[in-house]
Design a protein around this ligand. Structure first.
Ligand code: SAM
Length: 329
């Protein structure tokens, strides 16, 4: 699949549920309205849809949400999808999780061929963790991390940099993550969906974080790539890798290789634009995949050049109305 700007689309991110057992303050509002279950694609439909994308050249599948591990029978879907690893059609099957259910699932994930996972943790302070996630229990996530490491899964910690919340902790998180053999990636908060807080208060440019880290650490740019949007440095003092995802201070759209599928079968060709394609109708219309492939081709031909995120006091509304939990982070 090649889009109008000559970019190869080889990475599909799939949100398998919009529900989550956390309510992170920058991600969701406290009282979210979730989709009725009847709206959701079945796991069989998700398998068929993802497999159609693999047929079309997708090499990397990331399962996300909401919280993917709270979807009932999610391991069935992951097991099904792992057959594409076996045939070599897929290079990587991975997931992004908040870690709350990892203690239960880590062994099985490793057994079906998942090699690396992203775990989202914005603070190491259990009290602050509760405040940011509203509902999360840090001890449970820690147990999940231990189980994942024991199972042999490589872990990347994802942390959203939040002004006045975790900015004083980022150096410690770096030392902690690298001390345990985990990569760390920092993310700028993006204006997605209405939340209670003011995003201008939360937004911390990673250019500032990077400059501050350079007072303590030696950061060397490296060409390391995981197929995602992060740019990496090697930290000399810790020997670990640190990634920066900078949708605001440094737009990375020119190398975008991704599209995102929601749990209702809507395909978003860009995280930061409203345009979308309905793949559920062609999926359900026919037992053959012809109509589905035609719809995918048409959608890819509409992939936009990029997003135009802005966070400042003049733009009070988010760039797009839907939350990250809908599109899949
Ligand atoms: N529940 C899983 C998790 O916690 O990783 C997967 C879904 S979550 C939406 C995926 C990632 O998106 C998390 O790392 C989260 O911190 C991040 N995220 C959510 N809303 C965001 C926003 N407005 N800006 C930047 N990152 C966001």
């Amino acid at each position: 699949m090649i889009d109008p700007f000559g970019r190869h689309v080889t990475y599909l991110r799939v949100s398998v549920t919009d529900r989550c057992d956390f309510r992170c303050v920058y991600c969701m509002s406290e009282h979210m309205t979730f989709l009725p279950k009847a709206e959701l694609l079945t796991l069989e439909e998700l398998d068929r849809l993802c497999s159609a994308f693999v047929d079309r050249g997708v090499k990397k599948l990331r399962i996300t949400g909401g919280e993917p591990l709270v979807r009932k029978n999610i391991m069935w879907l992951l097991r099904q999808l792992s057959r594409h690893l076996g045939t070599g059609a897929l290079d990587e099957l991975t997931l992004t999780t908040n870690g709350s259910q990892l203690a239960r699932y880590a062994d099985e994930l490793a057994a079906i061929g998942v090699k690396r996972i992203n775990v989202s943790i914005d603070t190491l302070d259990p009290e602050k963790f509760r405040k940011i996630t509203r509902w999360g229990d840090f001890a449970k996530v820690e147990a999940g991390l231990k189980a994942a490491q024991k199972a042999g899964l490589a872990i990347k910690i994802n942390a959203v940099a939040l002004k006045g919340v975790n900015e004083d902790e980022i150096a410690d998180m770096l030392t902690w993550a690298h001390g345990q053999g985990m990569d760390l990636t920092l993310i700028e908060t993006m204006p997605l969906g209405e939340i209670e807080d003011d995003r201008t208060d939360q937004y911390l440019p990673l250019s500032i974080v990077r400059a501050r880290l350079m007072d303590r650490f030696t950061l060397q740019d490296i060409p390391y790539k995981t197929g995602g949007p992060a740019r990496y440095v090697q930290v000399k003092e810790t020997g670990g890798r640190l990634g920066f995802i900078t949708p605001l201070t440094h737009n990375f759209c020119e190398s975008c290789n991704r599209v995102r599928l929601t749990c209702t079968g809507t395909l978003y060709m860009c995280l930061g634009q409203e345009d979308a394609a309905d793949l559920r109708a062609p999926l359900r219309a026919n037992v053959s995949d012809d109509a589905l492939h035609a719809a995918i081709t048409e959608a890819i031909s509409r992939k936009p050049k990029g997003h135009d995120f802005v966070i400042d006091r003049r733009s009070a509304r988010p760039a797009v109305g839907r939350h990250m939990s809908v599109t899949g982070g």
